[in-house]
Design a protein around this ligand. Structure first.
Ligand code: ADP
Ligand code: ZN
Length: 523
């Protein structure tokens, strides 16, 4: 075991950062003094160091409870690369590695042990921990104790037991969820009544948000945005694939901009060179996959642009959060296409993840889309997602600055809801659209739905517009997906007000929205 080192020494020499970010230092001191802590901080804010550093500074090992095996492995790999004695115990670790890790723990050779909650809770593991020197328990993603959230994990409820079995070992719970209800639940369910609470607002008031969609013109729009608003300034352009990164970087270079590609497919040397130029020189634009950003702490990034839809609001927040760390005005700009939505949904469906994880990722994508489609203040929507309330519209996002064109979708929504109802509340979006457009389909004949009054009632809108509308109805809870999971839609308690005309529905105009089309015809 190494001689005791100070937290600042570890920050500088193991992690290579100069200074703590607020409130890292206070959190670390709290744990060093064996007091409990609850940390509510945005994704990307730097929560991990809050428990990693005290676990390394104190004798013994820190035990980290983490709900997702993939996240656990990322962290352990990153720590090992930095020379930290870290290991993981979860269902994907071989029996041999488990034995080795347990032995290292007994010998006092580990600094950090990451562990899945179900394994931690096994009597055998608890007994092992009681025989070893443990310096803290960190409960990551602590909002998983909340039964109301999408991420609820029943095993998290039993973590209260740590307090009973290890009353003298300090605990730290961390989450990127700020809403007061969840906070109260975390305190109660984890018995953290005596914890010091550290919470930081998620708002980044100096970042101006812009989001647009469209199937074409993304490149030109990006070029105009950079030339008009960020000439000679540093920025990051995020793309989904390596191929696209290469294309966009080459194209920006052709346009005489100082752009460099960055993705995991480049050689280590080239990656380091590009990252260094971005970090040191003025006005370099990095075109990157999301692999870029880890360990970047350049204060004067003036813009972050997305040429694809991020997969969640957390990801969007973290990526855009790399802009304007110096507090000066900065911009987050995004252009996405309907194709992105299709692609991300496929990626979720085709991934190896279990059903629960897929469902969670589906919800996160829906929330991201809701942020894109909102006609009210982006910042209010964004903060609301993290459980924070911004009382008045921010005045510093596209929707506040230029209220978006909208159309009255009430009648279309009534047609859509009637179609759900008349067909028996069990068909998916595709079938419903086919009925609305009077498509010639044997299934429709078979069910006799060609005789319904709604058959062909939707010919005034395109299939895409109908699909977008159904997506909206789902996002707003105006229809629900059946619990059997076949993707069938049914009415919800909220549908009635729209069907009766007591409530109107106003949507953002897209290229395929009805009124936009009419305008074009009149031109
Ligand atoms: P969170 O868990 O809150 O989402 P992380 O712990 O993953 O955030 O940290 C996000 C990024 O910020 C990481 O790349 C991390 O290395 C970096 N970081 C954390 N603390 C500091 C610091 N004091 N100075 C510079 N970079 C930091
Ligand atoms: Zn706003």
């Amino acid at each position: 075991m190494q001689a005791a080192r100070s937290p600042l020494d570890i920050l500088r020499h193991t992690f290579g950062y100069e200074q703590f970010r607020p409130p890292q230092q206070e959190v670390i001191e709290t744990l060093m003094q064996a007091q409990d802590a609850l940390v509510l901080m945005p994704t990307g804010g730097g929560k991990s160091l809050c428990f990693q550093i005290p676990a390394m500074a104190k004798p013994g090992a820190g035990v980290v409870v983490s709900p997702l095996i993939a996240l656990m492995e990322d962290q352990v790999n990153a720590l090992r690369q930095a020379g930290v004695a870290a290991a993981a115990l979860n269902s994907s670790v071989s029996a041999e590695d488990i034995r080795a890790t347990e032995e290292a723990l007994r010998q006092g050779q580990l600094d950090l042990l990451y562990i899945a909650p179900e394994r931690l809770l096994q009597e055998r593991t608890l007994r092992l921990l009681q025989q070893c020197s443990i310096n803290l328990f960190a409960i990551d993603e602590a909002h998983c104790v909340s039964q109301w959230g999408h991420d609820f994990r029943p095993e998290y409820l039993q973590l209260k037991l740590l307090h009973e079995r290890f009353p003298t070992i300090p605990r730290i719970a961390l989450t990127a969820t700020a809403d007061p209800k969840t906070r109260v639940e975390i305190i109660e369910r984890l018995a953290l009544q005596r914890a010091r609470i550290f919470s930081r607002s998620f708002d980044r008031p100096n970042i101006r948000y812009h989001i647009h969609s469209g199937s074409q013109g993304a490149r030109q729009a990006l070029l105009r945005f950079i030339r008009d608003r960020h000439d000679g300034e540093a920025g990051i352009v995020y793309c989904l694939s390596r191929k696209r990164v290469e294309e966009i970087a080459a194209w920006l270079q052709d346009e005489h901009l100082d752009a460099l590609p960055y993705h995991a497919g480049l050689g280590a040397e080239e990656r380091r060179r590009h990252q260094q130029r971005f970090q040191r020189d003025e006005g370099v634009i990095i075109v990157a996959t999301i692999a870029f950003g880890m360990g970047i702490d350049k204060p004067n990034v003036r813009f972050v642009a997305h040429l694809n839809l991020p997969k969640s609001i957390e990801a969007y927040y973290q990526e855009t959060g790399r802009a304007g760390r110096d507090g000066l005005p900065a911009e987050a700009w995004m252009h996405y296409g309907l194709q992105d939505v299709v692609q991300l949904r496929q990626m979720i469906q085709q991934s190896e993840a279990d059903q629960q994880r897929k469902q969670m990722e589906g919800h996160k994508l829906d929330a991201m889309l809701a942020l894109c489609e909102t006609i009210t203040c982006r910042r209010q929507t964004l903060l609301d997602y993290f459980g924070e309330t911004l009382a008045i519209p921010c005045g510093n996002c596209d929707n506040c600055l230029t209220p978006p064109a909208t159309w009255d979708a009430t009648i279309a929504a009534q047609k859509a809801l009637s179609t759900v109802y008349r067909t028996g509340q069990r068909f998916g979006v595709q079938y419903l659209v086919d009925v609305l457009l009077a498509r010639d389909d044997p299934r429709i004949q078979q069910w006799g739905h060609h005789r319904l009054a709604v058959f062909g009632l939707g010919k005034d809108l395109s299939a895409n517009a109908w699909r977008a509308l159904f997506r909206h109805l789902l996002l707003r809870g105006l229809v629900e997906v059946d619990s059997e999971g076949h993707g069938g839609l049914r009415l919800s308690p909220l549908s009635r007000a729209v069907l009766r005309g007591e409530e109107t529905l106003t949507l953002r105009q897209h290229e395929n929205s009805p009124s936009r089309k009419k305008e074009k015809n009149q031109e």
